[in-house]
Design a binder for this molecule. Sequence first.
Ligand code: SF4
Length: 370
Amino acid sequence: MIFRLSRPDAKEAWQHPEILKRFPRYKGIIDNAQIARYIIAKTISCSFDARDSLDLLEDILAQKSQEFKAVLNENVESLKDRNLEEKNYIHLIEAIANLYLENCKFCERRCGVNRTIGELGFCHLAKDSYVSSAFTHWGEESVLVPSGTIFFTGCNFGCVFCQNYDISNAWKGRKDIEKFAQKVDGKKLAIIAENLATKGALNINYVGSDPIPCLHTVVESLQYQSINITQLWNSNFYMTEESLNLIIDLMDFWLPDLKYADNECALKYSGIKNYWEVLTRNLKRIHDDGSGEIIIRHLVMPNHIECCSKPILDFIANKLPKAVVNIMGQFRPEYKANKYPEIDRRPTSNEMQEVKKYADNLNILYRPVS
Ligand code: SF4
């Protein structure tokens, strides 16, 4: 029973009828009444040659995605009868991810570097992925705990208030990364994930810094995982459409950040261009074409209620009605935030109340997970 070792607020959240309605697949996988998407992906046979052109492989990807979605609609008993294919949909995704790595476009920075030969883009990661820690996390949203959290090193953002500076950016330029992070390939990552699953995690939670630069390793690891457990992408979601195409069918649950509604704020505090267009595009996609099981984390920033919090809540209410929201008051003025007086403090309780009242007026579901 999932509540056996859980937090009291988790038990309460799982009794909320809207939570049950919005997270049916996640709950089904926990109860072993549904099958994780990545396992279903392995039952889709896929014939391709890794030497084929990228265009051709992307065409096959689009076809296989359609096939995957048709299979997903089958009932669970028939899904359980399907055989795992030796060469399957995930192999194709892996092949394309490795090609993207040669001209990196995993995120909208589109650095275009060849990471397979050691070239470095903004995130400073070549082809290898590093895990700084992995543990069953009891501090995530109520319905997610215990969460099998895997923290990757390296980030594609440059937030001036970063609370994980040590694993996101501090190591850049240092040659001794392996002193504080473990180099992982797909096999090692799968061992880490399955170890967390056997310790009682309800999901495998890929996070960082950000998991986007390590997407190829996550995909590869799915080939070696076999436990029926929810795969969860916990990210800033500044992904390209191409890289989202690679994981849209594989993830059961999404945990995106949505911080800014104003591109100038995103540029000023995170060094990111076109934040709003990219984020709204990607979140709409996972809502409409992905599993649609989403908790959006909105970090309330001081003095950013009108320009960011309220437009974000408007967008969610209008365009992402299935999403649940975590309205977060944990902003702390860390790292370089003291150079920006307007954010050099925590949000006040008045600011938090104003945001929550605004969410209430829009009928946004946030209380069970905030
Ligand atoms: S993941 Fe993003 S930041 Fe890193 S090299 Fe690729 S495009 Fe650049």
